[in-house]
Design a protein. Structure first.
Length: 345
C-alpha cells in the first residue's frame, strides 16, 4: 500500500486531474479522500466536495463522497476536534479509505497553507498519515520557478516525506526543462515530471454546465457529455445575424425558453446544448426536436444576463462524463511522470 498527499502551490493547479491520471497509470485499486473540502456541492440534501464526488463516481468506489471529507467550515471543525482528536479521526479515515486498495490518494486543499488552523494543511496531513507528498506546481514558467524557490524550505520539514514535484500545464515542456530544470534541481527538489498544457482539459461539457447551474434537463440527456467550445447569447436581432452566429462549432447557446425561433435554429447547427433562462419552458414540439437530436435543453430560473455571468465564471473542472479528459490525463501521466519513483515504498 502506498499513500500520497497531492498538494499544490496555488489554487486550481490541477490536483484532481493528476489524481485521476496517476490512479489510471499506476494501476491496481485506488482509494481517495479529501479531508478538508474546498468545493462545496449540495445534492440530495447532503454536503459533498465536488472533487470527491467526481473521483468516487469515476473510480466506482462505492463510498459516499460526504464520507471522504471531514468538513468544510474551519469554525465547525475547531469546535468538533482538538489537535489530538483531529489526528485520530484523520488516521481512521485513511484506514477506512485504503481498505482493499493498492494506493491511497489524499487530496489537500487549494494551497499549502489552506487548513493550517485546523491541522488539515497538506504537510500536517502527510505527517499524521505517513503519506508522501506530491507537489503540483502550475502557471507561467516564472511563477512555477518562484513558487518552488519559495516552498522548498517547507518540504524538508521533519516528519514529511516528499516524493517530488509535478510541473503541470506547461506550454512547452521541452523548453521548460532546458530553461528551468537545472535551477530547480539546484534547490534539491526532485522533479517527478513535466506535463503539457492541454486545451481539451480546459473545455467544459453540457453535463458539467447542468450540474454547476443546478439546471433541469428538459431533453437531450444522452448528449450531456458533449464538449463546449463556444458560448453564444441567443438574443440576436435579425435572422441573418443569427444564421452567421450559428456557424461556430460545439456551441452553448443561452436564450429564453420562449424564443422558439432561436432554439429551432440552434438545433440545426453544431450545438452542444442550450441553456433556457427565466424558467420558460418551450413548446412540446421544440422539446421533442431536441430529444430527437440528443441536444440537451437545460432550464434555469435566472435571466439571460445572470446566466451568462455564471457560465463565464465556471472553472473547467473535471467531471465524471469527461471520458476524453480521463484518457488524456492517463496518457500524459504515463508519458511524463516517473512512475517507478512513486512505486518505491
Amino acid at each position: 500500500m502506498s499513500r500520497f498527499v497531492i498538494a499544490s502551490t496555488r489554487k486550481s493547479a490541477g490536483k484532481t486531474g493528476l489524481v485521476a491520471g496517476l490512479g489510471a497509470a499506476l494501476g491496481g485499486k485506488c482509494g481517495y479522500m479529501k479531508p478538508l473540502g474546498d468545493r462545496l456541492l449540495y445534492q440530495k440534501k447532503r454536503l459533498w466536495d465536488y472533487d470527491a464526488a467526481v473521483i468516487s463516481r469515476a473510480w466506482e468506489l462505492k463510498v459516499d463522497p460526504e464520507n471522504m471529507t471531514l468538513g468544510f467550515e474551519h469554525a465547525k471543525l475547531r469546535f468538533m476536534y482538538d489537535e489530538k482528536a483531529m489526528s485520530k479521526r484523520l488516521t481512521e479515515l485513511a484506514a477506512e479509505m485504503e481498505k482493499g486498495r493498492n494506493h491511497l490518494f489524499i487530496e489537500a486543499g487549494e494551497d499549502l497553507s489552506f487548513g493550517s488552523s485546523v491541522g488539515l494543511d497538506a504537510l500536517s496531513v502527510a505527517r499524521v498519515t505517513g503519506a508522501r507528498v506530491i507537489l503540483v506546481a502550475g502557471g507561467t514558467d516564472d511563477r512555477i520557478s518562484d513558487d518552488l524557490a519559495f516552498v522548498h524550505i517547507w518540504l524538508n520539514e521533519p516528519g514529511v516525506k516528499f516524493a517530488g514535484v509535478v510541473i503541470n500545464r506547461v506550454q512547452d515542456p521541452e523548453d521548460f526543462r532546458h530553461t528551468h530544470m537545472d535551477r530547480i534541481k539546484s534547490l534539491g527538489i526532485p522533479v517527478l515530471g513535466v506535463l503539457p498544457l492541454r486545451q481539451e482539459l480546459n473545455q467544459i461539457s453540457a453535463g458539467f454546465v447542468a450540474d454547476r447551474l443546478f439546471a433541469r434537463v428538459l431533453a437531450g440527456e444522452p448528449g450531456l457529455n458533449a464538449a463546449v467550445k463556444n458560448v453564444l447569447i441567443g438574443s440576436i436581432g435579425s435572422q441573418a445575424a443569427l444564421s452567421e452566429a450559428l456557424k461556430k462549432e460545439k456551441m452553448l447557446i443561452i436564450t429564453s425558453g420562449d424564443r422558439s425561433d432561436v432554439i429551432l435554429a440552434a438545433l440545426e447547427a453544431d450545438t452542444s446544448c442550450l441553456v433556457l433562462t427565466n424558467d420558460a419552458v418551450p413548446p412540446s414540439q421544440v422539446i421533442a426536436k431536441a430529444a430527437e437530436r440528443n441536444i440537451p435543453l437545460l432550464l434555469v430560473p435566472q435571466d439571460t444576463h445572470e446566466t451568462a455571468r455564471r457560465i463565464d465564471a465556471l472553472e473547467p473542472l473535471l467531471s465524471v462524463g469527461d471520458a476524453e479528459k480521463f484518457s488524456v490525463l492517463e496518457k500524459d501521466v504515463k508519458a511524463g511522470i516517473d512512475l517507478k519513483a512513486l512505486r518505491k515504498s
